[in-house]
Write a protein that binds this ligand. Sequence first.
Ligand code: ADP
Length: 535
Amino acid sequence: MTARTGFGQIVSLALAFVVVSVVKGLASYAKDTTMARIGNAIIAAVQRRVFGHVLQQGIPYFSERHSTELVSSNAFISNAARAGANLVVNSVTNILTVLSLTAVMIIRDPLLAVSALVVMPGAVFGIRYITHRIRSVVRRQYASLAQIAGIIQETAQGIRVVKSFGMEDAMRRRMEDGILLAQRTANKMAELSNRTSPLMETMGGVAVAAVIVYGGWRIVEGQLTLGGLTSFLVAFLMAYAPAKALAKTNVDLSAALAGVEMYYDILDLPPTEGAAELAKPPFVNKGGHIVFDNVRFGYKADEAVLRNLSFTAEAGKTTALVGQSGGGKSTIVNMILRFYDPQSGEISIDGQPLPSVSLPTLRAAMAYVGQDVFLFAGTIRENIASGRPGATGEQIIAAAKAAHAHEFISAFEKGYETEVGERGLQLSGGQRARIAIARAILRDASIILLDEATAALDSESEKAVQNALDDLCAGRTVVVIAHRLQTVQRADKICVVEAGQVVEEGTHEALLARRGRYAHLYTVQFREEPELSHA
Ligand code: ADP
């Protein structure tokens, strides 16, 4: 071989090394990217499933929970899914390494392999103990995270109250509790998870000692060579590092499993507004004749809020609910929307008992305008359009015009594309109310449920809102929780609701003439309103 060909071989070898390195790098890149994609797909599926399921829950589910509990549980479950996916993915190599080296040890010397395994029961028992402890800590950690999220949300939403009442220190103190709990539980988690180190080191040491003693005895007896023992120990030590990593993975995975349990806690709840509702016959809208027949209902089983309440709201007419607060007026409206079902008695619309028809079709016949107007983050156009998905631009503008909102919306620089909601433009109470009314007008529902705003609107915007409401209600079935004298006077029927019963009903004049509860309310509640002077 000449020096030249010899050098050529060296260069080929060097090139081969480069090629192998590049291929190895690319393979590792492809593996990691693919695994990350799989992990992300799992997380997306988990988030989709949880949110979809939560949306199928009825109002009681949401009333029983702090909103941040829902936000935190979603974050927690997603994190757990991510951690779980990563751990499983990263363990594949370790599992393969341990399995193949164990096979090598068993083939080389089954008896020595058995002596190395004497520590197995101790390791398994220790790991199970740690795993068990860590699960309860994870639950506490979740609670602390939910607490922190709750305080941040309350502070942000109520920042004006916090600042104006000088509540910064109080909020800081409340936060401190959450932070300390989170810190303590996180420390505890780390401590428990790291206990795998001393456990596995000890077990590894004992196993090596067992192999040396048993192997040494067999060498003395002439059944084993020193080389045989050494090669066995090398295989054992090579398997040891990945086995230790797997023990830690097992513990961390059990922490992630607490998230999986929470995932199933949510998924195991029966979807009260799920597929079963869609399977029912659709609601047939004949104008909206609403009948409450002997309805008994309480938010808690033993506290009746509506007590054998009966009344009728005629189709195409306006029925006003009046009465002192706490009487059950909002509860009646909630029940027309079927947020709750009666404990006894029946509510029907156009002759159809509410639970007998498909919920989405029932609610499609209604539009609700409440006191606290909720606008989503998005443009004014999007907020109005949420009343009827797929509405055209002209329909949206027509609804805004009918709601006496077009003028002020057009005056904004970006018009209908103006961003509103938490981070957008701050609208006045009257403007928000008119956007909500436009949303309801666009919905073109035959039943209008109205909780009249008593919010201090200036008289200009109060008049505009009143006009907008008149346009919304014209020719529809309206059930209105009335706070305004005008609404009460013009209603086709007034129901006085007290302590969960309709105690009087009739027109304004008829009820005044009776000199009963309404006449009393009228003098104490409505007469003080400035509207009396125009009435
Ligand atoms: P009104 O609208 O006439 O002021 P509501 O219907 O709001 O009366 O309330 C009637 C009663 O039901 C009150 O005692 C109130 O405390 C109670 N209540 C209302 N909403 C809930 C709820 N989500 N959970 C428990 N109790 C409630």
